[in-house]
Design a protein around this ligand. Structure first.
Ligand code: 6CS
Ligand code: FE
Length: 306
């Protein structure tokens, strides 16, 4: 790890450590909700809920024709043979089944429009208290019987350590494009976990994303820390019909089980980061991850692919 100059400010979120700290977690520095109810579509009750729980589920955010179009687009993207074997297309551990497709707001006009849609941008601006840009986008496919789970993690821990995101000024919007039920591996969250930062053990391996996007082993909290947080706050899994919107703070601990049902569990994710929180050098990795995982404000990823 790089030595810090004596007068340099200390990183408040040290992680990927060789030795555990004396305490299981550290205090979050940034406020959770930074805008006001007057500034956007979320009402005071919804903002209060997001502040307290670290997430907010809005059933029936999308419906009808709009939802159908997105589901068709999801299918088209997943069937696109040009994406097979590309770095932004992640397969399940041990098979060639697609697990995630990244940078979808550059791959698809339809998803690009959705990412920039004021219904999402407005919510992000309101939560972040400033102008957002899309830091990352993806589709998680999770096909019936074959889709594997995601270990417990905080997205911010990874983005800070591996992408150089300075502070907790980002929010994820996940739109469920298939019905989410108990058996198809819905997202589970630990309410209230966004208020602490859990440093993780183990130095980041080179090219870690190639492994972590299939099965994450580094950047996951210890079982002791998870046990204490879950004893305190429990686990929640918002389920419901296709079209629901889940907004969650960048530091809310979450994970999911494998899909043991016949039905896919697919969703579209857009991560909004505040412009003044753009990424710099990674805090706990030797090299930055590829651009498809961490866009910069105003960059044109699709131009680089040509
Ligand atoms: O590594 C990442 O950036 C991604 N991985 C996970 C498991 N969640 C957040 C993010 O999309
Ligand atoms: Fe995640």
């Amino acid at each position: 790890q790089a030595t810090q100059a004596t007068n340099a400010p200390r990183d408040p979120y040290p992680t990927r450590l060789a030795q555990p700290l004396d305490m299981p977690w550290l205090k979050r520095q940034e406020p959770v909700v930074k805008g006001r109810a007057e500034d956007g579509p979320l009402d005071p009750g919804q903002l209060e809920r997001f502040e307290r729980e670290g997430f907010l589920f809005e059933p029936n955010f999308l419906s009808g024709r709009e939802l159908e179009e997105l589901r068709d687009e999801l299918k088209t993207l997943l069937e696109n043979k040009d994406y097979a074997g590309r770095d932004f297309s992640i397969t399940e551990p041990g098979s060639q089944v697609i697990r995630s497709l990244f940078a979808v707001h550059f791959l698809s006009e339809r998803f690009s429009r959705l990412a920039q849609d004021e219904r999402l941008m407005g919510r992000a601006r309101q939560i972040l208290g400033g102008e957002p840009y899309v830091h990352q986008s993806r589709i998680n496919y999770k096909p019936g019987f074959q889709g594997k789970g995601f270990n417990w993690h905080s997205d911010f821990e990874t983005w800070h350590a591996e992408d150089g995101m300075p502070a907790m000024n980002a929010v994820s919007a996940s739109i469920v494009l298939t019905d989410n039920h108990t058996f198809n591996g819905p997202l589970m969250l630990i309410p209230g976990s966004h208020r602490v930062f859990v440093p993780c053990l183990g130095e980041t391996p080179d090219d870690h994303h190639k492994q972590s996007l299939k099965t994450q082993e580094f950047g996951v909290p210890s079982r002791e820390a998870l046990t204490r947080l879950i004893e305190r706050h429990g686990i929640e899994a918002p389920t419901g019909a296709a079209g629901g919107l889940l907004l969650f703070d960048c530091n809310t601990l979450h994970g999911s089980n494998a899909n043991m049902s016949p039905d896919p569990r697919s969703n579209a994710f857009f991560v909004y980061n505040r412009r003044d929180n753009a990424c710099g050098e990674p805090y706990a990795a030797k090299r930055k991850r590829p651009d498809f995982l961490a866009h910069r404000p105003g960059d044109d990823w699709s131009a680089q692919q040509r």
